[in-house]
Design a protein around this ligand. Structure first.
Ligand code: A2P
Length: 314
C-alpha cells in the first residue's frame, strides 16, 4: 500500500485499485438529508468516495441521488469509489449474494468498489431486527464461522459484483485467522480511529499485512454521544494546533488521519461541513504536532457494540 501522490489523495489497495483517502460517511445520515448531502459532496465539494452500509437504512436514498448524478453524464461510475457493508444477519453463504444484490439494487449500481463484512459476528436473521436480543439482553448469534462468510464474499469478486472485499471491526487475531484461509486477502479493515482511540499497533499490523485501514468516527461522532463521552472536537490541544494552522479542529483530526496513511470517512449532511472536511490537502501537521497528538490517546471507544449486544467484542 503506497501513496499515489504527494498530496495523499489516494491509497493504492492490494488489488491495485486507488481508493480516495477521504470519503463521505453516511452512518446516521437521515433519509431526508442524505441524498442532497451525496449530491453536494460529489457535484460541488469534489468527493470521489462514499461509505455506505445496509444497516444505515439509507441506501435507497443514496441510490436515487447517485442515479441522478450519473444521468447528468459529467461523471462516470468509475470515477466514484463506493463501499458498502454486509450486515451480521446475512453471514450465511446463501445470504451473502442476496444481501449484496439488494445493496446494488438500492444503490442503483451494477458493482461496488469495496464490500466489507461489517462485524466478525453472525447474528440470527428473521427476527424483525438487525440485532435481536435474548431475554438476558444478549444479541442472538448464529453458528456460522467467519470462513464461510469470507468464502461467499470471495465469490462476489469472481461474479463481478464487487471489485474488492474487506472487513470492518476486525482485531489482529481475527485478521490472522482470516489470512490463514483467504484466497483473496482483505483489501481494507475499517475501524474506529481518532486521537482518543489511536490503535497504533493495529494500524501498523494491518499496514504490514498490506491491508489498508479506514478510520471511522474520525471526529469522535459528536451528537451520537453517550453522556459520559468526551468531546473530541473540543479538545484543548487539538484546538491549539488548529489555531496555529488557521484551520478548524475537524481539519486537524482529518489531516492527522491521512498523515498516518489511513483513509478517513467523516459523516456530515451539512453542506458547509462537507466542504470543510475535504479541505485538508493544503497544510501539513509537523512531526512535533503528530507527537503531541500521540499523547492524547485514552483508548476511548465512542462506538462499542458491547453497549448494545452485551458481548465484549473488542
Ligand atoms: P452533521 O451531519 O449534522 O453536519 P463522525 O464522522 O466522527 O461520526 O462525526 C459525524 C458527526 O460530526 C455528525 O454529527 C456531523 O454533523 C458532525 N460533523 C461533521 N463534520 C463536522 C465539522 N467539520 N465540524 C463539526 N461537526 C462536524
Amino acid at each position: 500500500m503506497t501513496f499515489s501522490s504527494t498530496t495523499n489523495r489516494h491509497l493504492t489497495l492490494n488489488t491495485n485499485a486507488k481508493m480516495p483517502t477521504i470519503g463521505l460517511g453516511t452512518w446516521n445520515a437521515a433519509k431526508d438529508k442524505v441524498g442532497e448531502a451525496v449530491r453536494y459532496a460529489i457535484e460541488e465539494a469534489g468527493y470521489r468516495h462514499l461509505d455506505c452500509a445496509t444497516v444505515y437504512e439509507n441506501e435507497k436514498e443514496i441510490g436515487e441521488s447517485l442515479a441522478n448524478i450519473f444521468k447528468g453524464g459529467e461523471l462516470g461510475r468509475e470515477e466514484i469509489f463506493i463501499t458498502s457493508k454486509l450486515w451480521n444477519t446475512e453471514h450465511a453463504k446463501e445470504n451473502v449474494v442476496k444481501a449484496c444484490r439488494q445493496t446494488l439494487r438500492d444503490l442503483k449500481l451494477d458493482y461496488l468498489d469495496l464490500y466489507l463484512m461489517h462485524f466478525g459476528i453472525a447474528i440470527i436473521p428473521g427476527k424483525g431486527s438487525w440485532e435481536p436480543l435474548d431475554e438476558n439482553g444478549y444479541v442472538i448469534t448464529e453458528k456460522i464461522p467467519l470462513w464461510e462468510t469470507w468464502q461467499a464474499m470471495e465469490e462476489l469478486v469472481r461474479m463481478g459484483l464487487v471489485k474488492a472485499i474487506g472487513v470492518a471491526n476486525f482485531t489482529a487475531p481475527m485478521l490472522l485467522d482470516l489470512l490463514s484461509y483467504a484466497k483473496i486477502n482483505p483489501a481494507v479493515n475499517q475501524i474506529e480511529l481518532h486521537p482518543y482511540l489511536q490503535q497504533e499497533a493495529l494500524v501498523q499490523f494491518c499496514q504490514y499485512k498490506n491491508i489498508a485501514v479506514t478510520a471511522y468516527s474520525p471526529l469522535g461522532t459528536p451528537g451520537g454521544l453517550g453522556e459520559k463521552d468526551p468531546i473530541l472536537l473540543k479538545d484543548k490541544t487539538i484546538g491549539e494546533i488548529a489555531q496555529k494552522h488557521q484551520k478548524s479542529p475537524a481539519h486537524i483530526l482529518l489531516r492527522w488521519a491521512i498523515q498516518r496513511n489511513t483513509i478517513v470517512i467523516p459523516k456530515s449532511t451539512t453542506p458547509a461541513r462537507i466542504k470543510e472536511n475535504i479541505s485538508i490537502f493544503d497544510f501539513e501537521l509537523s512531526e512535533e504536532e503528530v507527537e503531541t497528538i500521540k499523547t492524547l490517546d485514552r483508548k476511548h471507544r465512542f462506538v462499542n457494540p458491547e453497549d448494545w449486544w452485551k458481548i465484549p467484542y473488542f
